[in-house]
Design a protein. Structure first.
Lengths: 253, 457
């Protein structure tokens, strides 16, 4: 397939003098779910946060190498970070709704990007985003209540709705289910499966079952290096690398 | 006298400690068992029993001795029939003669007698003071030493005693506060007995002069505090107009834009501003800012007075900038990083994130900071004394002289009048009002800050 959405080449990341990622190269296809797995501190979240330049927030973090999104270099001084981030949504480990109403949480993105001209249009976007995130039916009667009043799983779906409200092409998920119970996790996983039809999704996860369930491609990170990448089925049944084998069978990590 | 008694107590402490330590070692050796606590705890136990009773005796002597001696002297004084005595003057005279025999020349025989009576009483008091301290210390040590047995849990007892000491220390501050509040209330009641509370709170004439001598033709004073509250309010508003934008923007810069290095340097520097004595701000206001305000007023055709609400308020604003910036900076910093990431992750830029996410989330805490700053501003004295003037004008014009509650308190207490007329008593009433206002502001502010903290922790 030639429709590669994200193309990383030789990405190095340093936190101060400590190197966190070593020459990561990766090819992520459009409208697929790619799972990044690996033990804690292996750099998978760091890599994820390179894709939407979230590492800029960390003063001591230096990124070098090349990442192309839709054939456009994003590791560059000239990159328009704001438009990059509106194209790449992100869902975080801990649900982080704004201390605003449910409606305003979702309306935040469209409003600041000027995507809507009228109140009706805004309402439409909010409703459709909530529907896509599978939350609308649960909250349609209380859109004015604070987002923080929802349960953890609902909050996380609210954050997904908030991310897709600006119509991104890529969604980054940084352990989206690690703070949730199994039922909420199952709902989110189902949602990811649906979202795959319209979005390119990269998900960092600690749960190998989750990676196996939701992803088509899996990348295994270890100590800042990309050890193996391939079809999820293959990685979990017949990996090429013994380290991958050891990790997925639970011998370390 | 009291110096040597302190030496005496110190000796007692030292020897009781040594005694307790060696005694418990001896006792446990005799019984052949190990003591329940370390020897030092037994030593401390003896020490406490030696020290605290002695301190109680010491302080009660220090407080009551003079009073008791004076009472005895006065009650034994041979008053001459028909003569008028002022007790305070009489006592002063007796004390003078007693302390310095050369003053005895030309004094009446009654006074000389009383003076020698006074001296002898003092001597008796001193001797009995030393003996009672020694006896009390010995008794305490004796009581404690009976308990010096290996099976006695000295450590538990010591911890209990230490708790009592801590409770005592913290209650000193609390009781002092309560005492101050009550004295404010009682003196204010005396004031309101002479001036009606409605006049005080609602009348607009502040003319706190009263005839000092009988028959003096000075007008009756009037005590309408409205112009004073208005002046306080005006100065406070000017101060907040300066401090809120500057302080808040400083906080935003420090919390969101400044690099760690800049922050580390700038924040302490700002906090130094809070350490400048307010009188220094005061003469800065008077010498530099007030003339500038006057000149500025003239240049735009307003007749500004040499001291003005504007000058005082502006400098006061500068003074409270660190309050607002430092507190707001803390509040903004405690907004979780995840909210910043959420906003930036959607593609909001920094300004949008601050305006729409950070500030709304931090707002309760920031309002709390403002309220604390306001209560600081209306309680501030030295700047307004020097730079705002003392004229009780009821005006909204910041170029005019105004006066504030704190200034009027200072004015009322300057001079050597006794606290028995409305002029001086008005200080207490004003103080009470000030206290009530700042108390409420502080309570509201702390409540807001607290509620906000609970939300994010």
């Amino acid at each position: 397939m030639s429709n590669s959405k994200i193309l990383a080449n030789g990405v190095d990341v340093y936190y101060g003098s400590k190197q966190a990622l070593f020459g990561i190269s990766m090819d992520i296809k459009e409208k697929e779910v790619t799972a990044l797995i690996g033990p804690s501190g292996c750099g998978k979240s760091t890599f994820l946060r390179c894709i939407n330049r979230m590492n800029d927030l960390i003063e001591i973090c230096k990124v070098s190498g090349s990442i192309k999104v839709d054939n456009e270099e994003i590791i560059s001084e000239k990159t328009d970070v704001v438009s990059l981030r509106s194209k790449i949504g992100m869902v975080f480990q801990k649900p982080n709704p704004f201390p605003k109403s449910i409606f305003d949480n979702v309306a935040y993105g469209p409003t600041i990007h000027g995507l809507v001209d009228s109140k009706n249009e805004l309402e439409e976007i909010v409703h459709s985003s909530l529907k896509k995130a599978g939350l609308f039916d649960e909250v349609k009667d209380r859109l004015n209540e604070p987002g923080t009043s929802l349960s953890g799983g609902q909050q996380q779906r609210l954050c997904i709705a908030r991310a897709i409200a600006v119509n991104p092409e890529i969604i980054l998920m940084d352990e989206p289910c690690s703070a949730l119970d199994p039922i909420a996790t199952a709902i989110i996983e189902e949602l990811i499966d649906e979202l795959r039809l319209n979005y390119t999704i990269i998900i960092v996860t600690h749960s190998m079952q989750q990676a196996a369930r939701v992803s088509q491609k899996t990348c295994f990170f270890h100590l800042g290096e990309l050890i193996e990448t391939g079809e999820t089925n293959k990685i979990f049944t017949n990996p090429d690398n013994t380290k991958t084998q050891d990790y997925i069978t639970g011998r370390f990590g | 006298m009291f110096f040597w008694s302190l030496v005496l107590i110190a000796v007692g402490i030292f020897s009781s400690f040594i005694y307790g330590r060696s005694r418990i070692k001896l006792n446990s050796k005799k019984q052949g068992t190990k003591s329940k606590s370390l020897p030092n705890y037994y030593a401390q136990y003896v020490l406490m029993w030696c020290l605290f009773p002695a301190l109680i005796v010491y302080f009660s002597w220090a407080i009551f001795q003079e009073q008791i001696i004076q009472n005895i002297v006065i009650s034994n004084f041979e008053f001459i029939e028909g003569a008028v005595y002022n007790e305070g003057l009489l006592l002063a005279e007796i004390r003078n003669v007693a302390n310095n025999p050369s003053f005895a020349d030309g004094k009446s025989i009654e006074i000389i007698n009383a003076a020698s009576h006074y001296s002898s009483l003092r001597q008796i008091s001193q001797i009995s003071f030393y003996t009672s301290i020694i006896i009390i210390m010995l008794l305490g040590a004796l009581y404690a030493s009976q308990k010096l047995k290996p099976e006695f849990h000295a450590q538990h007892t010591i911890e209990k005693y230490i708790q009592y000491v801590l409770i005592f220390c913290s209650s000193v501050a609390i009781f002092t506060t309560i005492g101050i509040v009550f004295s404010l209330i009682f003196e204010s009641l005396r004031f309101f007995a002479e001036v009606s509370i409605f006049e005080f709170l609602f009348s607009t004439e502040w003319y706190p002069f009263i005839p000092i001598r009988e028959g003096q033709t000075a007008a009756e004073g009037s005590f309408g505090a409205v112009p004073i509250f208005a002046g306080t309010f005006l100065v406070m508003v000017v101060a907040m107009c300066v401090a809120v934008p500057l302080g808040l923007l400083t906080a935003i810069y420090l919390a969101e834009y400044a690099s760690q290095r800049v922050r580390k340097i700038v924040k302490p520097l700002l906090e130094i501003l809070a350490g400048i004595p307010t009188i220094v701000y005061g003469f800065f206001a008077f010498v530099s800012v007030a003339p500038f305000v006057k000149a500025f007023g003239q240049s735009i055709g307003i007749d500004a007075s040499p001291t003005s609400a504007l000058a005082a308020g502006m400098v006061m604003g500068v003074m409270i900038i660190p309050f607002i910036s430092s507190l707001s900076d803390d509040v903004i910093n405690s907004v979780p990083q995840s909210l910043r990431e959420a906003s930036l992750g959607i593609g909001a830029n920094k300004a949008e994130t601050i305006k729409k996410v950070i500030l709304p989330a931090a707002l309760p805490g920031i309002v709390g900071a403002f309220l604390l700053a306001i209560s600081r501003a209306i309680g501030e004295t030295m700047i307004v004394v020097v730079a705002a003037g003392t004229a009780p004008n009821l005006t909204g014009n910041p170029f005019e002289n105004v006066t504030t509650v704190t200034v009027q308190i200072v004015v009322a207490l300057i001079g050597d009048q006794e606290f028995d007329n409305p002029r001086t008593l008005s200080a207490f009433a004003l103080g009470l009002v000030l206290f009530v206002i700042t108390l409420f502001l502080n309570i509201i502010a702390l409540q807001i800050v607290k509620r906000y903290r609970e939300r994010y922790e």
